[in-house]
Design a binder for this molecule. Structure first.
Ligand code: ATP
Ligand code: MG
Length: 553
């Protein structure tokens, strides 16, 4: 596995940490965590948070934990837990400790009892509707609940009964007692616990109550001795509550919450809720559909871990929400594959070319460099015969101006071999071109033709030696930069986001491609052997990205 380099550029979070270290805060320790909720697969937005948290830890010789925020049992599953672990590892990061918020359920319960004993939490028996009404609004203060001044003893007894399962869902909640008139609605006696008689993946049926995110998160951070708790901007208004809980409790540490802007990427949507919808409504084939912005989807599309880390570094970390163009992500994989991938030839939409001045059994072995600028990547043999295939796009009976490919009576160079001339165009009964009869100029192998210029160069595969298979030509899943803002998903799905070509021909060497091996198919783009479906018998390649940007407006 290619190890990530510690990030080199600065950002405002690194400045905060540098300052903390200069005054020896936290005894010079840096400890971060990545805290996903296992309620879906990770997406490229999560990669930003992963690269930041693990990158900071690596840069400062600190540690980064992976913590599953599993306090919402109805939506969480083991499948998601395993997928998240795979994704983080694939991106090239190793977590220091692996935790689950559910490991802290007992401790969280005891801390909640401490709050009750301090008169800082109470059991509210109002209905959800009443609680909502009493909360007030941005312009009006809230109203105190009639249950707010229950005695400590009554609260402790009720809370214990809640835990024991003596009440139904929704009958009571435990709330912090802070300030119903606070300008920050999160501070208006927020809920700490609710009753949920749902089985939990890890704790089974031992709990009838589950702690809320805001309460769980800060305590979990403190239990793990996290120093810098990095989260996205929407939690800025929750920071006073984060600090209130830790100030009221005698936790072993008081981490500092710092917020940064979440990633928004054009032509896709980054929210697990939306991505679940795409999967459940069958707009895509699954979480790892190569058009999905999930890490597993992007991986299957052919992106490398290094290209994703590079992307996260290029977009940087700021306090301002902004949209990133898809072209930025695509440039990262293009740069990587341009430098590192082997070149191969493939024909996606074949048309036969017969070289009439060569015998039927002609076989000639040519040698091709795997990379034009890097001889160290070696060479491979390619067979040339009298039966070839070229892409349909590379021939035109009625060429537009400046067309430099093959035309009736015209010449073109076959990449790495000879100049050929088309003298006969054979059509079927419906008028489709099915074969081009050509002659070759034997003096043009690796040499310019005498006395004339031939500008065009096209790719080809020997039909006799090549291997047949499938190519999936992927494009953006949506045809609008902000699909989440559309009225319906159907209206913004790009109907050409996946075009399957079943009758492709690959040069023989591609039979040896392993799943997830990446190539540049000359003149066509970058492709990866599909990690699910590719076999030696039937190669299947996914288009990762075109050779050049075709989308930037
Ligand atoms: P979603 O809305 O997709 O479910 P989430 O924020 O609810 O996202 P979590 O599993 O809670 O998902 O996220 C784990 C971590 O990843 C959090 O710290 C969160 O801030 C961060 N994160 C999630 N989405 C993004 C994003 N688009 N850009 C940067 N960080 C993100
Ligand atoms: Mg969430």
């Amino acid at each position: 596995m290619n190890k990530p380099e510690p990030p080199v550029t600065g950002n405002f979070i690194r400045n905060i940490i540098d300052e903390d270290l200069s005054v020896n805060k936290n005894d010079g320790r840096v400890a971060t965590r990545f805290p996903p909720e296992p309620n879906g697969y990770l997406h490229i937005g999560h990669a930003k948070s992963i690269c930041l948290n693990f990158g900071i830890a690596a840069q400062y010789g600190g540690s980064c934990n992976l913590r599953f925020d599993d306090t919402n049992p109805a939506k969480e599953s083991e499948e998601y837990v395993n997928a998240i672990k795979d994704d983080v590892s694939w991106l090239g990061f190793e977590w220091h400790e692996l935790h689950h918020a559910s490991d802290y359920f007992e401790q969280l319960y005891n801390y909640a009892c401490d709050l009750i004993k301090k008169g800082k939490a109470y059991v509210d028996s109002s209905t959800a509707e009443e609680v909502r009404e009493m909360r007030g609004s941005l312009t009006e203060p809230g109203v105190e609940s009639p249950y707010r001044n229950r005695s400590i003893e009554e609260n402790l007894a009720l809370f214990e009964k809640m835990r024991n399962g003596d009440f139904a869902d929704g009958e009571h909640i435990l709330r912090a007692k802070i300030d119903m008139a606070s300008g920050n609605i999160n501070m208006r006696d927020p809920t700490l616990y609710r009753i949920r008689k749902v089985e939990h993946v890890r704790t089974g049926n031992s709990w009838s109550i589950y702690p809320m995110y805001d309460y769980t998160h800060c305590v979990s951070d403190a239990m793990e001795n996290i120093t810098h708790s990095l989260c996205t901007l929407e939690f800025e208004d929750h920071r006073p509550l984060y600090d209130w809980v830790l100030d009221e409790l005698q936790t072993p540490a008081h981490p500092q919450q710092i917020e940064f802007a979440r990633l928004s990427l054009e032509y896709t949507m980054l929210s697990k809720r939306r991505l679940i919808q795409l999967v459940e409504e069958n707009h895509v084939e699954g979480w790892d559909d190569p058009r999905m912005p999930t890490i597993t989807g992007i991986r299957r599309r052919g992106y490398t871990p290094a290209s994703i880390r590079d992307f996260c570094e290029r977009i940087g970390i700021t306090k301002n929400d902004s949209w990133i163009e898809m072209a930025v992500l695509e440039t990262c994989i293009r740069d990587d594959l341009n430098e590192n991938s082997h070149r191969r030839m493939a024909v996606l939409d074949p048309i036969k070319v017969t070289i009439t001045d060569l015998p039927e059994d002609h076989h000639e072995e040519l040698s091709f460099a795997n990379h034009p600028q890097n001889e160290a990547l070696g060479r491979r043999p390619i067979a040339f015969s009298n039966k070839l295939l070229i892409d349909r796009d590379d021939f035109s009976e009625d060429p537009p101006p400046k067309y430099q490919r093959l035309v009736p009576g015209g010449e073109v160079r076959l990449r790495g071999s000879y100049v050929i001339k088309c003298h006969d165009v054979i059509k079927d009964s419906s008028g489709n071109v099915v074969e081009l009869r050509c002659t070759h100029d034997a003096a043009t192998l690796g040499k310019k033709p005498e006395g004339r210029k031939v500008k065009g160069v096209i790719h080809w595969v020997s039909e006799t030696h090549g291997v047949q298979g499938e190519v999936r030509v992927y494009d953006h899943l949506f045809n609008t930069p902000n699909p989440a803002g559309a009225d319906s998903i159907e209206s913004v799905i790009n109907p050409e986001s996946c075009i399957i070509k079943q009758n492709c021909y690959f040069e023989a060497d591609l039979q040896n491609a392993k799943p997830e091996e990446r190539f540049q198919f000359e003149r066509l783009g970058y492709f990866v052997a599909d990690r699910r479906d590719h076999t030696k018998e039937r190669p299947v390649f996914n288009r990762t990205v075109t050779l050049r940007d075709t989308w930037t407006r």
